[in-house]
Write a protein that binds this ligand. Structure first.
Ligand code: ADP
Ligand code: MG
Length: 245
């Protein structure tokens, strides 16, 4: 792990029972880096980023997030979760809470921020994702694109050091993909460290400084987007690109 890295992964191996899902993963993420992770379905992308948020256990290797060691000695999962924001394909908003309540729940209960302050901060983030006027709606009253922007705002309310995105636009109708990607581009331009699992190769070209290609639980290739798209090094990355581009 280098001096300015915020996530360091070395020798990571994980099994689901007998199934070896992550194989010898090494990845160091510097502050402000924007890494796109791609690869075929089932290659272990979700499992990898879930490990970084301590949503999954692993059997071998080390993961360090901003100085916190995520191995078996990890005592306080909430310490990791407050450093790492996560946005899922399926939004995962609380349906019975308003947008504002969704965005103040963790700051009030995990960070002990007074309600008024938490609400003021949440409104600021809702403005950033361009939906402050929806603050009193329930998730079910909003489009998928709006819900996903709320999910991004909610993650930001915890002032995370890293944001993880797991196929954030895959469940959206095509006309809503852009509004969510635009929000993510803004976040990248503000300097947020981001790991993004996505098949949106336009986003990768525009925003990523590195593309990581996974197959069968391994990182097969890690390169700049320019190099990765123009000159993929392996048969499996070539095949993948030929199928999605
Ligand atoms: P990706 O996100 O690249 O599609 P995943 O990380 O979701 O891949 O899954 C990698 C592999 O691990 C797949 O073969 C999947 O079926 C398997 N897998 C995922 N979650 C579990 C689980 N909880 N138990 C057993 N196998 C799992
Ligand atoms: Mg996945």
């Amino acid at each position: 792990m280098t001096a300015n890295s915020i996530v360091g992964i070395s020798g990571l191996n994980k099994w689901y029972g007998e199934f070896h899902v992550l194989r010898d993963i090494n990845l160091s993420v510097g502050k402000g880096e924007r890494i796109v992770i791609c690869g075929p379905s089932g290659s272990g992308k979700s499992t990898l980023i879930r490990c970084i948020n301590a949503l999954e256990e692993f059997q071998e290797g080390e993961i360090n997030v901003d100085g916190i060691d995520l191995g078996p000695t990890l005592k306080r999962v909430d310490e990791v979760r407050r450093e790492v924001g996560m946005v899922f394909q399926s939004f995962n908003l609380f349906p019975h809470l308003t947008v504002l309540e969704n965005c103040t729940l963790a700051p009030i209960w995990v960070r002990n921020i007074p309600q008024k302050d938490a609400e003021a901060a949440a409104m600021k983030y809702l403005e950033r994702v361009k939906i402050p006027h929806q603050a009193h709606k329930y998730p079910g009253q909003m489009s998928g694109g709006q819900q996903q922007r709320v999910a991004i705002a909610r993650a930001l309310t915890m002032s995370p050091k890293v944001m993880l995105f797991d196929e954030p636009t895959s469940a959206l109708d095509p006309e809503m993909v852009k509004e969510v990607l635009d929000t993510m581009v803004d976040l990248a331009q503000e300097g947020m460290t981001m790991l993004v699992v996505t098949h949106e190769m336009g986003f990768a070209r525009e925003v990523a400084n590195r593309v990581v290609f996974m197959d069968a639980g391994q990182i097969i290739e890690s390169n700049t987007p320019q190099e990765f798209f123009a000159n993929p090094q392996h048969a499996r990355s070539k095949l993948f690109l030929s199928q999605i581009l």
